[in-house]
Write a protein that binds this ligand. Sequence first.
Ligand SMILES: Cc1cc2nc3c(=O)[nH]c(=O)nc-3n(C[C@H](O)[C@H](O)[C@H](O)COP(=O)(O)O)c2cc1C
Length: 216
Amino acid sequence: MGSSGDQRTRRRDYGAATLNRADLATDPLTQFAAWLDEANAAGAVDATAMALATTGAGPMPSVRIVLLKHFDADGLCWYTDYRSLKGAELAENPFASALFYWREQDRQVRVSGAVQRLSAAESAAYFESRPAESRYAAAASVQSAPVANREALEQAIRALRQAHTPDAPPCPSEWGGYRLRPVEYEFWQGRAGRLHDRFRYRRGDAGAWDIARLQP
Ligand SMILES: Cc1cc2nc3c(=O)[nH]c(=O)nc-3n(C[C@H](O)[C@H](O)[C@H](O)COP(=O)(O)O)c2cc1C
């Protein structure tokens, strides 16, 4: 096995499942929902965690984990602080790519598309469903801005608690959800000997999804 700086000898084979063209749902959302359910059923920790890649006006992409909170035919939704790096980048370039990795099944799913904000009402509804602790933390933090030390954050929370006792604060105007409307999906199933199964769905002009098998 590799040791810290050199991981070249660390490898494992993938053989949890197979993916055939005949198994694929016509609608990639149906396929996605089935795989997410299987990941959850297999006991995946944070099956809804997705790496979200964005770029702004500059050349450097950025990526971070966010949690998928709900999805339907209109897209995949998550919640965050609009003042964060991702928020700034999405304001400059409203396209993103999200990646789920489900280790138990040796699977990954990539989803790309245009991103838009959820309505303030939708964001507030979700914010108010969160535990009080999370609401205080979200309201006290300007996500991704530098802060002098942890004490400054704790002080901001104490001030909020005094201002809002007994109720947790309302949804800040700069906190809320985004929806990614997929134009492309890729389903990747790890296979033995690195001959993996990959299928890409692309939305055609008529709105139907074209499916192509990709080389591993
Ligand atoms: C498991 C996990 C779940 C996370 N979920 C969220 C989330 O739902 N929303 C969010 O804004 N940040 C979430 N984060 C924190 C982000 O990864 C990131 O640090 C933060 O959003 C700031 O990113 P940015 O500076 O690129 O905008 C999560 C991190 C981890 C590891």
